[in-house]
Design a protein around this ligand. Sequence first.
Ligand SMILES: NCc1[nH]cc(CCC(=O)O)c1CC(=O)O
Length: 305
Amino acid sequence: MKTLRIATRKSPLALWQSEHVAERLRAAHPGLSVELVPMSTRGDQVLDRSLAAIGGKGLFLKELEVAMQRGEADCAVHSLKDVPMTLEAGFAMPAILPRADAADAFVSPRFERLADLPHGACVGTSSLRRQAQLRALRPDLVLRDLRGNVNTRLARLDAGEYDAIVLACAGLQRLGLAARIRSRLDAPEWLPAPAQGAIAIECRDDDDACAAVCAALDDADTRCRVEAERAMNRALHGSCHVPVAAYARLEGDRLHLAGAVGSAEDGHGIRAEAEGPASDPDALGVEVARRLLEQGADALIAPHV
Ligand SMILES: NCc1[nH]cc(CCC(=O)O)c1CC(=O)O
């Protein structure tokens, strides 16, 4: 393989992540030429309707997968938290890069922390997971939808449409916007999306040459953690637009997983955790999902599937 073409969305964050992967591939394989193939996806174009209404987050992948099938690109780079729990048939994930900061960030021009917001303040986020956690901690807040790429969301905050918004620390840091993080929303009190902060490479499952090149960037610890988080989410429902949070950490050869499901309407939430051997992240994910379901998680998820 002499040249590798990476299909990517055109948002500044997607381009940063794809350029990061390109640089790391060039460093791992001197002599390999790596090019980006920027594309716009339906998920990026349609901003006026909810993602669920237009077919879920898989929409961000579809066009990139078609490009790989047509031979117009060899692989695609994704934020793993936006990738459906089960990949489309015919595709594989040869590399998951070392995880960056997995936490969410509280972003506001005037307030330092969530607890500092005045009664009835307005917070922007379209994520059911973030809405549910905000409701649980601050039932008085007014939650308003906010979609679009990171830069668009910050612009709307700065225009005064919201008192605060919640974004991923990783995205802000990658875009050189870490100064916008007023405080961190950290585990175990606040949980991120399954696989938040991890970048994944997808390719056709019959493209062994591409998979071998990409595998040089795979990080085993990150793969183990995000596999537990995604296995939990998969066991709960199999979709990706649901109020589900998960965070796994490794301690030696032990893997610990915390999971939560909540209601964006009333803030009611269910939590569970468990630990097990790092050799079987799937089993741990399934076990935490079982404990959540035992407490009634299904009633919180079903309306969104
Ligand atoms: N849903 C959009 C999205 N997908 C991945 C990230 C951040 C980067 C990451 O989690 O790796 C973001 C922005 C955000 O949630 O603030």
